[in-house]
Design a protein around this ligand. Structure first.
Ligand code: NAD
Length: 299
């Protein structure tokens, strides 16, 4: 099976690397030549355009920043869908709205192409280790066709339902990540103002009922290390909350917690933190309250 991978950014470069290492004949493309070079050095083949890649492969994976870019890569000038052979499968692993995927699937079907969603969770660390959770929206037959490749990328591969259901699952998960991170940030700053030591807070919360992925993945590695290079960028978390808001309007489900959380990320982006890891949201409270949750400097 010839496999294609478009989008070799923070997540995609690791995911494509694991596909190459698993022995699949892999064709890659990205707008950034240096990212392509990294994969070519590992044995992948470079296609100069997304259309050239689409024409070459049996299954094409995409890991792109947002739904607008996915739509443009699929249907814009030089779009992938126009170049695919009938019978090709496209697996979009980006986090986008179910409606975007369902719209792309409809256009793809007119060309005899299968289009499914398989967004992921587990961050750049999970992408590198090949331990991502993958949420697949597909018919049974297409799921079975792509599962061997997904096994190279993730640990838990879950067939959630029909096309778009992987995206819906991902939106629900990332609402919680956004809220957990914002809650952790205000809680840690309150604790510090009360006189608690950050290390003590970590040790206790991580073995208590307040524990979360936000704490275990973000507190020591990003916040206490003062290392806010993403990771999972604030702007990307914000995009995921906008997807939750769109879904809440469409389904008429009130989401007051996520809306409050959205306002916090808006403040952080207005303060110029959008390109930093989402854990940098804590800087909003740190600056307001005059404390920092950092490990003591050595020496
Ligand atoms: P990123 O911006 O680091 O990577 C996106 C890549 O797509 C870039 O390298 C960019 O050059 C490339 N690209 C954009 N337009 C292109 C085009 N027309 N043709 C070819 N390549 C193109 O983003 P990321 O952090 O890797 O996130 C990608 C997706 O994964 C997003 O939808 C995000 O929500 C989701 N996600 C990210 C994380 C994370 O921790 N970063 C975790 C889970 C899911």
């Amino acid at each position: 099976m010839k496999v294609g991978f478009i989008g070799l950014g923070r997540m995609g470069k690791h995911m494509a690397t694991n596909v190459v290492k698993a022995g699949f004949e892999t064709y890659v493309n990205d707008l950034v030549p240096a990212l392509v070079d990294q994969l070519v050095a590992l044995g992948a083949k470079h296609c100069p355009t997304n259309q050239a890649l689409a024409a070459e492969v049996d299954v094409a994976f995409t890991m792109l920043p947002n739904g607008a870019i996915v739509e443009s890569v699929m249907c814009g000038p030089e779009g992938v869908l126009a170049a695919c052979k009938p019978g090709t499968v496209i697996v979009d692993m980006s986090s986008v709205a179910p409606a975007t995927t369902q719209k792309m699937a409809k256009v793809a079907a007119e060309r005899g192409v299968k289009y499914i969603d398989a967004p992921v969770s587990g961050g750049t660390a999970g992408a590198e280790a090949g331990t991502l959770t993958i949420m697949v929206g597909a018919d049974d037959e297409t799921f079975a066709r792509v599962e061997p490749v997904l096994q190279a990328i993730g640990k838990r591969i879950q067939h959630i339902g029909g096309v778009g259901m992987g995206d819906a699952m991902k939106i629900v998960n990332n609402m919680l990540l956004g809220a957990n991170m914002a809650s952790l940030a205000e809680a840690l700053v309150l604790g510090a103002k009360c006189g608690l030591d950050p290390e003590t807070m970590y040790e206790i919360i991580s073995t208590s009922s307040g524990n979360s992925y936000a704490l275990t993945a973000k507190m020591k590695k990003f916040i206490m290390a003062d290392a806010f290079e993403p990771g999972f960028a604030m702007d990307v978390q914000y995009k995921d909350l906008t997807l939750a808001q769109e879904a809440s309007r469409a389904m008429q489900v009130p989401i007051p917690m996520s809306n409050a959380c959205m306002a916090v990320y808006e403040q952080a982006r207005a303060a110029g933190l959008g390109g930093e890891d989402m854990s940098a949201v804590i800087k909003i409270w740190e600056r307001l309250c005059g404390v920092e949750i950092r490990a003591p400097k050595e020496g």
